[in-house]
Design a protein around this ligand. Structure first.
Ligand SMILES: *Cc1c(COP(=O)(O)O)cnc(C)c1O
Length: 450
């Protein structure tokens, strides 16, 4: 890491010449528009990963579908494909619009990753995918699997015996640990999850119940990941799921775009230049929202606009992209504490590669205060009956942010003429696994703020 440039930025931040950095430092809600966004056709060839890679990941998940039906019977309704509902949210559109003093968008959709099977969060996409990829490689290497085999064999004793000689390690704020822990333990791996201090107690308890080793840290996410990485390096036959730097996680998330295209089509939602799709994605380290945005750009090109949402206390991606220092700067470097009720987004330093990949693709990033996150949890519960965790509602105020943006800002996104035709899609990233009493506490806190 080049600390001299990093120090330079911090000095600038404190000198107060940069309005974006100033707003971040002061914990103010901010909308940052990406000045480096370019037409997708122009940059497609430059990307290190392409559409073929996304299709390969989708095909791998399809091969594992019979395994899921066998090992997780709750996945049988979708024939072993882990996918979430896409719902219209007219009532939420009205409530949120009224609360934020704007007009409701004509189309507001919610992608309910909160209700993904197995682990109830967006992490059921990338996290589970990476473990399957690793398991498949091991099975081939050890001569247990040949092309064309029925993948229900992954539930057999021979496979479990093989995986019991291998281990998987991950560092997490909670939800990635749940996804990796549950699938790894079921396949028969030894699995250890390093949890940051923000990880909820019930997430740790649930994992221990499933036979996962949980190591608790008093520090934040970056330290939990670093400790996990170190343990993995010391351990033979061990795979470390590196949430800060993993292309397989990223591709697992990207598959969502292929599935979403079908869902939009079956609900007769048009997506073209006149009818843009604006997708609001809560962002922690960046892999989840980055992978999905990457997939969406491949599917919809410039008709899709992706915006990330971060807590005001943990805007690591905004900070990294704006300064172009990416993972060489942390929110602590500008005086923020990285403490937020959005435990899934409590990340102080962005992924090592996602910000760079997003540079020409992303429309922008906005920040949301903890008070607003709590209030939005209550609003979505009252309007749509959805139980979401605070991280999962970060994208809900996004349509209002755009409608409050200046004409010039909208024009810079190519949305000046067509914003009123847009479909806003809020990616609701987690919630179904949260215990009822925790939901009730979130709701009470939010209700008091409405
Ligand atoms: C992890 C997580 C995110 C963000 O994903 P990243 O890959 O960390 O950016 C969003 N919402 C929830 C609920 C999460 O658990």
């Amino acid at each position: 890491m080049d600390t001299s440039t990093r120090k330079g930025w911090v000095d600038i931040a404190f000198a107060g010449t940069d309005t974006t950095l100033n707003a971040l430092r002061q914990g103010k809600e901010t909308l940052w528009l990406n000045p480096s966004r370019r037409p997708f056709d122009e940059i497609k060839q430059e990307l290190a990963l392409g559409f073929d890679d996304i299709e390969e990941a989708a095909a791998r998940l399809q091969r594992f579908a019979p395994y899921f039906v066998a090992a997780f019977p709750e996945t049988a309704t979708l024939e072993g494909i882990l996918e979430s509902p896409l719902i219209r949210a007219d009532s939420a559109a009205r409530r949120v619009a009224q609360w934020l003093d704007t007009a409701p968008p004509e189309h507001l959709l919610i992608k309910c990753d909160s209700h993904l099977p197995i682990s109830g969060s967006i992490k059921a996409r990338g996290g589970i995918y990476e473990v399957l990829l690793h398991a498949e490689k091991l099975a081939v290497t050890h001569g247990l699997l040949t092309p064309g085999d029925d993948y229900t064999c992954f539930a057999s004793e021979a496979f479990r015996t093989l995986f019991s000689q291998h281990s998987i390690v991950v560092g997490s704020t909670g939800n990635l640990g749940l996804s990796i822990g549950i699938i790894s333990a079921r396949l028969g791996f030894n699995v250890t999850v390093h949890m940051s201090a923000d990880a909820r107690t019930w997430k740790k308890a649930l994992l221990r119940e499933k036979g996962v080793q949980v190591v608790e840290h008093q520090s934040d996410y970056s330290v939990a990941v670093a400790q996990g990485r170190e343990e993995a390096l010391r351990t033979p036959r061990c795979h470390f799921v590196d949430d800060e730097d993993s292309t397989s996680l990223f591709l697992g998330y990207a598959v969502a775009a292929l599935r979403l295209k079908k869902q939009l089509h079956s609900q007769s939602i048009r997506v073209d230049n006149e009818h843009p799709l604006i997708v609001h994605l809560p962002c922690g380290v960046g892999g989840g929202p980055g992978g999905i945005a990457f997939g969406l750009k491949h599917v919809f090109g410039d008709s899709v606009h992706c915006l990330f949402a971060e807590p005001t206390h943990s805007p690591c991606m905004l900070l990294g992209m704006h300064t172009q220092l990416h993972n060489a700067i942390s929110v602590q470097d500008i005086g923020l504490d990285n403490l937020t009720c959005a435990d899934g987004l409590a990340v102080g330093r962005a992924s090592a590669f996602v910000g760079k990949v997003m540079e020409p693709l992303l429309d922008g990033i906005y920040t949301v205060s903890d008070e607003h996150l709590y209030a939005l949890v209550a609003l979505i519960k009252e309007s749509e009956g959805l139980d979401l965790e605070p991280s999962a509602v970060a994208g809900l105020p996004g349509f209002a942010r755009l409608s409050h943006a200046s004409t010039q800002e909208r024009a810079s996104l190519g949305l000046k003429e067509v914003l009123s035709n847009a479909t806003h899609l809020v990616w609701a990233t987690g919630g179904a696994m949260v215990p009822d009493e925790e939901h009730a506490a979130y709701y009470r806190q939010g209700k008091a703020l409405l």
